[in-house]
Write a protein that binds this ligand. Structure first.
Ligand code: GTP
Ligand code: MG
Length: 444
């Protein structure tokens, strides 16, 4: 690959020039409505503004946030290690997560005197669930949450955007399984859901597992499927002539077919990153073996700033617009009059208080109804209890009456029995005395 000027510095220069231009414009306006360009008769020194800006930006450092979306074990971590020529982590994900988890990890990298705050967000468990319908949701939620954090900071009275730790995702590397066949529906659905929220670069992972011819056909198939399903992937910008040519040619190479490796293999007298096979070595940085170098150049060296800008100007702007419209903000009123924040605030407050009062009234009504219902239920229960009491009282009186009758019967029987007993005893004693008299008469 041919070297080209680093874009970061170039764009910072163009930004600083626009600041200088704005300054001139202010001087010109102070002279009246006609634009006058003044030539200076000596050196003033504001031509150092771009340098001041570069120096300040370098001092503050840069942040870059990468989201890796791909199935478990597809080579996400290995590729990140290979891209940044370091070892970030070794931990493997399990295949048994119930849902997709987003795991951000932060690193600070330094190259020359430039600090980079790098965040790599991993999709743990992506593609492992039996039902994959909801797999994209946690990813969308994560991206939105980062936009929301930024928006909240922006809307604060005391903002500190300059020192704000930006966590918005600048690039989503979408890892495609090297089937050589076609995209899975999970890939299409996920990319479609993400394309308005993040810059997507699709990459074919483990490209060494597919032959060169198959890879070419696979790339064409993927691109045609993306187009026919209306998935918008990130296009390297061609509006800047310094990089227009290289970016245009790289757009034609998408999706990049990449190989990752954490091993170094000896080739001649050089150690290179590669994968050793019984039949030879696949070199990661060899452009005839894979597109790894293309990806690294495009992602890090040429378009890092554009990815950050696109995130802010396109994706975040869309999120912000929808969110503010949802809240009730607008740029102009229906009659094209400028929008008044104060009036909207008052109207929204009135609307909110109205809703609150309505809710309060509904709740009060609900409470009254509930009390009435409970009162009616209690009355019904009381009536039932009274009925039961009356029934029990009646049956108790009935039983008492019966028992009284039985008692009277028994007393009658006892009296009869006693009378009979007395009669029997009298009879018995009479018979006894008669018997002893007869015995005496016989003896005499
Ligand atoms: P999880 O974080 O567990 O989801 O996995 P991952 O997507 O981070 O994959 P990882 O980088 O851990 O790689 C998984 C396996 O694939 C390891 O054995 C790697 O050596 C291997 N691997 C990674 N990249 C490549 C590649 O480009 N080609 C081949 N053939 N194997 C690769
Ligand atoms: Mg990993």
């Amino acid at each position: 690959m041919k070297p080209y000027p680093p874009k970061t510095k170039r764009q910072i220069y163009s930004l600083s020039l626009s600041i200088v231009h704005a300054w001139f414009v202010r001087i010109e306006f102070s002279q009246g409505n006609d634009t006058r360009t003044l030539s200076l008769s000596g050196h003033v020194g504001f031509d150092s503004l771009p340098d001041q800006l570069v120096s300040k930006s370098v001092q503050n450092g840069f942040s870059f946030n990468i989201l890796c979306v791909g199935e478990t074990g597809i080579g996400k971590s290995t590729l990140m290690n290979t891209l940044f020529n370091t070892t970030f982590e070794e931990e493997e994900a399990s295949h048994f997560h119930e849902r997709v988890l987003l795991r951000p990890r932060k690193y600070t990298l330094q190259e020359s005197n430039v600090d980079l705050q790098l965040t790599i967000v991993d999709t743990v468990g992506f593609g492992d669930q039996v039902n994959k319908e909801e797999s994209y949701k946690p990813i969308v939620d994560y991206i939105d949450a980062q936009f929301e954090n930024f928006l909240e900071e922006e809307l604060k009275i005391k903002r500190s955007l300059f020192s704000y730790q930006d966590t918005r995702i600048h690039i989503c590397l979408y890892f495609i399984t090297p089937t050589g066949h076609s995209l899975k529906s999970l890939d299409l659905v996920t990319m479609k859901k993400l394309d308005s929220k993040v810059n997507i670069i699709p990459i074919i992972a483990k490209a060494d597992t597919v032959s060169k011819n198959e890879l070419q056909k696979f790339k064409i198939k993927i691109m045609s499927e993306l187009v026919s399903n209306g998935v918008q992937i990130y296009q390297f910008p061609t509006d800047d002539e310094a990089v227009a040519e290289i970016n245009a040619s790289m757009n034609a190479h998408l999706p990049f077919a990449v190989i990752g490796s954490s091993e170094e293999v000896q080739i001649g007298n050089k150690m290179v990153r590669g994968r050793q096979y019984p039949w030879g070595v696949v070199q990661v940085e060899n452009e005839s073996h894979c597109d790894f170098v293309k990806l690294r150049e495009m992602l890090i060296r040429v378009n890092m700033l554009d990815l950050r800008e696109q995130t802010h100007e396109r994706h975040y702007e869309l999120y912000r617009r929808c969110k503010l419209e949802e809240i009730g903000f607008k740029d102009t009123e229906a009659d094209n009059e400028p929008f008044s924040l104060q009036e909207t605030y008052v109207a929204k407050r009135r609307e909110f208080i109205g809703e609150l009062q309505l809710k309060e009234e509904q709740m009060r009504q609900m409470f009254v109804n509930k009390v009435k219902e409970t009162e009616a239920e209690l009355k019904e229960k009381e009536r039932e209890l009274q009925d039961r009491f009356e029934t029990l009282k009646r049956s108790h009186l009935e039983q008492k009456k019966n028992l009284e009758e039985q008692r009277r019967d028994l007393e009658e029987q006892i009296n009869t029995f006693n009378r009979r007993k007395v009669a029997a005893e009298t009879l018995q004693s009479f018979q006894g005395s008669m018997g002893s008299r007869k015995d005496k008469e016989k003896k005499t």
